[in-house]
Design a protein. Sequence first.
Length: 281
Amino acid sequence: MKHLWQHSGPLSAATGEEPQGGWSLAGSGRGAGKRLRLLARLVQDLIIPPRCAGCGKIVQDANSLCGTCWADMDWIAKPYCSVSGLPFSYDLGNRLVSPEVLAHPPVYDRARSVALFGSTARRMVHRLKYLDRTDLAGVMGRWMVRAGADCLTDPQALIVPVPLHRRRLWRRRYNQSALLAKAMAEETGLAFMPDLLVRTRPTRQQVGLNEAERRMNVEGAFQLNLPDRLSLTGRTVVLIDDVWTTGATLEACCRVLRRSNAGEICIITFARVAAGAEITI
């Protein structure tokens, strides 16, 4: 049955496998299949040289970054707020919570992101989202797994993407958040639930809206689609999106999950707009 996150046709996806030293075509079964895939990839690289996921420059490995784009990535690393995941300017100790979180506790439990929404991260997101570069979901998803490792320790956790409305899915043909979530589920072995949340009404594009307008735009736009009487009571839910801007959409999804008695609710995004930065997406 066609899922709500994918409208039509097979979508390409990066395998995420790194070349292994020393191989041959001898053998059978799973090992032989892996070697054949490696050979196919080597032939493909000869025909179509691998290019940087950020700028398109020819690089050694497919879906990796050139030195310039790697340096331009504003990676989020410790020290950061143990709840919001936003970086601190200096180390204030383990498990420290930011004053903003203490003053206004969020509806989620933890949030993590790979990088701030700078030049390279912006280009990768736009290529995935608007230019049909669905192959980028593999490498972006692997980085998201590393960034959100402390949110992915529960073997019963559910990986859930932020949904698109059917009309927008029809135009775009795929949900980029679902592609990222699928890549993360394959990397971790956790359950992928692409249709657990549904967007019940079309909303305006968030691009160009301020924070208050974004929150009003998505209010009441999501609901649960529980298959097979699945109960969320006490279950860890990891919500996946490509970019965190104001958090309006993510928080609207979290409120729906919280009303359904979900256990820990974590958010993992590829990029995040820095606090106080101008909203341009």
